[in-house]
Design a protein around this ligand. Structure first.
Ligand SMILES: [Fe+2]
Length: 255
């Protein structure tokens, strides 16, 4: 079983700096402060603005390039303890989170306590031993809503309750589970990665600052482990198979 929570620095910050510059340029900004001010002022005029900007970045060649970055892949392989060619980046995502005070309660995008495995296993392409990498495009302290991560991992998959943040319009679906006993606030500086196992509970921190939070989220799987997991789940017998079966059968239904 892979169980860890680490904050590690990327060996080469150049690709992340390049991507940060690309994001800032989209609002004619050169600093995080300037970018934040512009995004907030545009969001006040148009409440679809931030979502549109996030989609633009997610669909960009710059984002695609970053998800294939050799340095990130190398670090991922090292953290997972597998060969570089065995690494598969799955469900890459990029989030723009507005400061708490600028967001309508129903549209809040912050994620409550959840377990990546409990949610993503049903989608395929990962195993209970996959890994999460969260990389902010700037220093991210508690004030800016640094990620909250449980001190201990879960032995089993966790059941989540589903609900909509905007119940009236059935928008912003959230998955939430019970709180962990203890957690850390994973504060980082630019270029640092919060990496942890797929069973560990985590949630978005509350962004009490005036800065917009920008986060690259990668999930990483070992191709060898994935093939083995799909075949017979050898090596994953410590998990609560009752819930696991539920996750796998849900995947079949979705196909
Ligand atoms: Fe997550």
């Amino acid at each position: 079983m892979r169980e860890f929570l680490k904050i590690v620095k990327l060996y080469d910050l150049t690709p992340l700096s390049r991507f940060q510059k690309f994001c800032f340029n989209l609002t004619d900004s050169t600093t995080h402060e300037d970018f934040s001010k512009k995004v907030i002022s545009k969001q006040i005029q148009d409440d679809q603005y931030t979502g549109g900007l996030q989609d633009k970045i997610l669909n960009s060649s710059e984002f695609l390039e970053l998800t294939k970055d050799p340095g990130i892949r190398f670090l991922a392989a090292e953290l997972m303890g597998v060969a570089l060619e065995d690494i598969k980046i799955v469900f890459p995502f990029f989030r723009i989170d507005l400061p708490q005070k600028f967001v309508d309660q129903k549209k809040k995008m912050s994620l409550p306590w959840h377990q990546e495995a409990g949610y993503y296993l049903a989608k395929g392409n990962c195993t209970p031993d996959s890994m999460v990498m969260s990389i902010a495009l700037h220093d991210c302290k508690n004030e800016q809503g640094a990620l909250n991560v449980a001190c201990d991992t879960q032995k089993n998959l966790v059941q989540h309750n589903n609900f909509f943040m905007d119940e009236d319009r059935k928008k912003h679906l959230r998955f939430e589970c019970a709180d962990p006993e203890e957690f850390i606030i994973a504060e980082t500086e630019f270029g640092e990665v919060v990496a942890f196992d797929f069973k560990r509970l985590h949630r978005s921190g509350t962004n009490k600052s005036n800065f917009v939070r920008l986060t690259l989220l990668l999930r990483v799987t070992s191709c060898i482990e994935l093939a083995r997991f799909k075949e017979d789940r050898i090596g994953f017998s410590n998990f609560n198979t009752e819930i696991l079966k539920g996750a796998l059968s849900k995947r079949k239904v979705e196909k």
